[in-house]
Design a protein around this ligand. Structure first.
Ligand SMILES: Nc1nc2c(ncn2[C@@H]2O[C@H](COP(=O)(O)OP(=O)(O)O)[C@@H](O)[C@H]2O)c(=O)[nH]1
Ligand SMILES: [Mg+2]
Length: 439
């Protein structure tokens, strides 16, 4: 905002990736942005009017560009801001940035533009985090979740809880202020009800985290089974290329081969593993140990059984009760009745497998809008929940308002930290250091 802007540094960074393309954008933020544009381009355009400029520095033409000037507070950051749309060459971007720095700007730190937007109240912290997630999203569902949170879905849920707490807090404080007169602004039963409601709301929010995290990070699936069950063949079929080596020799796959495909709207990284057996071969044994470890961390396990062999005592499916059991090579022998069977050779059962996986991902992992998506957010809500439980205990024990208020304020502060309505420096630097330059 206008207040204090004159003491701000003016910062500059490329806003588009450094590569060759039709266009490249350089962003300049801060009080010197418009004077720098005037010096370089000889123009002082009206705010938000795209204007052609020939950028000159030390007697040389740097590039021809389209400049847009934004006037505080109507910009992404809330400060005076200039965007230069140059021709898309890294060399031009570098030279323009060097000239801008010579004219008094400094290079932006990672995430500094977004940080300024938060400091100026243009975005809250959750929204700022959502920008980073949105940029990194690989599937439409991930983008939808991040865009929803950028538009305030999660922040609104948190703020609704915070407002209900502030409602109780203000009444309990009023009761304190007027205790002499014996007024009651909120009955203990009412306060209890409100706090219980807030606990239920925070619980619901905490429960969104599992799906939120799965949606943002993507899932892992592991293909397990005895040697020669057809694991590598299935991986290759799922990714659509000969990624893993397939041979009739048991023990071909040793190291884990990973590929990511989209299932149910989420990126799923599928790991093909060494067949489970004890072979005495040291390299293969390490591969088998890695397979078990990968299965322990996986969201989805596909346990393959050769239909011509069937389940044997050597099979380890019992150790993975959530695994989906799939009978392979059904062109040679049928799967037991009621079991899922596939034949990659005959292209049979693959669609059924894929639609089972698709439904599994959508039912178990896809996050609704407004979900918590990272550990910082989860900790903030858990902090709120813990304080609310203590407040409820204090209410039940019949403690004085002051005691209850301490916990309710703590609960409200925890939610404030979530959105950045209340700021702590370490929260800020932690979040913005993960951004790239220019955001
Ligand atoms: N007939 C038939 N053979 C298959 C099928 N899937 C895999 N195989 C064969 O089974 C052998 C072992 O396959 P592979 O994918 O390497 O098994 P892995 O050891 O579990 O990775 C290879 O000779 C494959 O060609 C199938 O659907 N039908
Ligand atoms: Mg294999």
């Amino acid at each position: 905002m206008a207040t204090g802007q004159s003491e701000l540094d003016t910062i500059v960074a490329p806003a588009t990736p450094l590569g060759r393309g039709a266009l490249a954008i350089v962003r300049i933020d801060g009080p010197r942005s418009a004077p720098i544009l005037e010096t370089l381009g000889g123009i002082a355009p009206d705010a938000r009017i795209a204007t052609f400029a020939r950028l000159m520095h030390n007697g040389f033409v740097l590039d021809e560009c389209i400049a847009v000037r934004y006037a505080s507070p109507h910009s992404f950051t809330g400060n005076d801001l200039v965007e230069l749309t140059l021709h898309g060459s890294p060399l031009l971007v570098e030279r323009v940035i060097a000239a801008v720095v010579e004219l008094g700007a400094r290079l932006a730190e990672p995430g500094e533009f977004t940080e300024r937007a938060v400091l100026n109240g243009k975005l809250d912290l959750v929204q700022a985090e959502s920008i980073a997630d949105l940029i990194h999203s690989r599937t439409a569902l991930q983008a939808k979740l991040s865009l929803g949170n950028l538009q305030g879905e999660l922040s609104r849920r948190a703020m609704a809880i915070r407002e209900s707490l502030l409602h109780v807090i203000s009444r309990l404080e009023a009761a304190l202020d007027f205790s002499e007169e014996g007024y009651e602004f909120i009955t203990p039963a009412d306060a209890r009800l409100q706090v219980e409601g807030a606990i239920a709301d925070t619980d619901a929010l905490v429960q969104t985290y599992r799906r939120g995290k799965a949606t943002i990070s993507g899932l892992t699936a592991v293909i397990l089974g005895r040697p020669n069950a057809g694991k590598s063949t299935l991986l290759n079929r799922l990714v659509g290329s000969d990624r893993a080596i397939v041979t009739p020799i048991p023990g071909t796959t040793r190291d884990i081969v990973r590929e990511t495909i989209e299932i149910g709207g989420l990126p799923v990284t599928i790991a093909d593993t060494a067949g489970l057996r004890s072979s005495g071969d040291i390299v293969e044994e390490i591969g088998v140990a890695r397979a078990r470890e990968a299965a322990g961390n996986a969201d989805i396990i596909l346990y393959l059984v050769d239909a011509t062999v069937g389940l044997t005592d050597d099979d380890e499916h019992a150790a993975f009760p959530d695994a989906i059991i799939i009978y392979t090579k059904t062109d040679l022998a049928p799967a037991p009745s009621g079991e899922l069977g596939i034949s990659v050779a005959a292209e049979r059962g693959i669609d059924e497998l894929l639609s089972r996986l698709d439904a599994l991902v959508r039912d178990e992992f896809a996050a609704p809008e407004g979900s918590l998506v990272n550990e910082r957010q989860r900790q903030a809500v858990l902090g709120c929940r813990e304080a609310l439980t203590t407040a409820l205990g204090a209410l039940d024990a019949g403690f004085e308002e002051q005691i209850v208020l301490v916990d309710l304020h703590r609960a409200s502060t925890a939610l404030g930290l979530l959105t950045g309505a209340i700021t702590r420096d370490e929260v800020f630097s932690e979040i913005f250091s993960k951004f790239c330059i220019g955001k």
